[in-house]
Design a protein around this ligand. Structure first.
Ligand code: ADP
Ligand code: MG
Length: 262
């Protein structure tokens, strides 16, 4: 019912209300509440297995959630509610709700048989039905934004890991998202290639992109995030501005986690 589909606040980018997720007997998200405002930059930190990737994947419905609600720009994601029960939306309906959300993964997942430009424009052609000329114009602009206009015709195996990840960011940008989610975008990179990817992300942040970034780059989080969220055991244990969180952690678990990253 449309009334129930749209009870989220329209000025919020993403809202999570009591979101729960279980794999078999493993409860991975335990009633997560979270509001992400437009243009807000949120970094998510926490130990391996704490549910960070699952949280992000639920926000684009790459993973279903079992409990609670997720609203993307005010619209319920993945489900419709009628007579108090919820049923899964069709893929088309779900795609429509998450249209403005892009995602960048740790593994860049570029097609090896396509050039950088080919990778960036594939979804524009297939999902948005653009002509080659229209798609290439937007694709070249996106490559320009990540500093790779000169690599448009290069195949992924001729690009460094950092360049491949920047192509993956360009691919997400080409879809013109208002929200970008990043899941450990620099964790698969050699240390000397991390900086160029973070630089592109810094630039996007300065342009007002709404960003949720799972990362172990504490320096980046300290510099760019409006808010840092610490997850442990499927819950948000602590959240706040990076200056406060990093210098005066309230929970022993966060203090201990930060110690391991010093
Ligand atoms: P993080 O990103 O913080 O390392 P994840 O969200 O990847 O954590 O994983 C949280 C928990 O969920 C882990 O115990 C993991 O084994 C489990 N998990 C994640 N994805 C799946 C899946 N597709 N099937 C079963 N268990 C999963
Ligand atoms: Mg993860």
């Amino acid at each position: 019912m449309s009334v129930l589909r749209d009870i989220g606040a329209r000025d919020a980018a993403i809202q999570l209300r009591g979101v729960g997720k279980t794999f078999g007997s493993n409860t991975v998200l335990k009633g997560v509440d979270l509001d992400i405002e437009r243009s807000e930059r949120v970094c998510v930190i926490g130990p391996s297995g704490s549910g960070k990737s699952t949280l992000l994947r639920c926000m684009v419905f790459l993973e279903t959630y079992d409990e609670g609600e997720i609203y993307v720009e005010g619209r319920l994601l993945g489900y419709s509610i009628s007579d108090g029960t919820r049923k899964k939306d069709s893929e088309v309906q779900t795609a429509n709700v998450r249209r403005n959300v892009g995602m960048v993964f740790q593994q860049f997942n570029l097609w090896p048989h396509m050039t950088a430009l080919g990778n960036v424009i594939a979804a524009l052609r297939i999902v948005k039905g653009m002509t080659r000329a229209e798609a290439e114009k937007i694709g070249r602009e996106a490559l320009e934004t990540v500093g790779l206009a000169h690599k448009a015709d290069a195949y992924p195996d001729r690009l460094s890991g950092g360049q491949q990840q920047r192509v993956a960011i360009a691919r997400a940008l080409a879809m013109n998202p208002s929200i970008l989610l990043f899941d450990e975008p620099t964790s698969a990179l050699d240390p000397e290639l991390v900086g160029e990817v973070l630089e592109v992300m810094r630039q996007l942040a300065s342009q007002g992109m709404t960003m949720v970034v799972v990362t172990h780059e504490m320096g980046f989080a300290a510099e760019v995030a409006d808010r840092v969220i610490f997850m442990d055991g499927g819950s948000i244990v602590e959240a706040g501005p990076p200056q406060r969180l990093f210098s005066k952690p309230e929970s022993p678990r966060l203090a201990q986690f930060l110690d391991t990253w010093k």
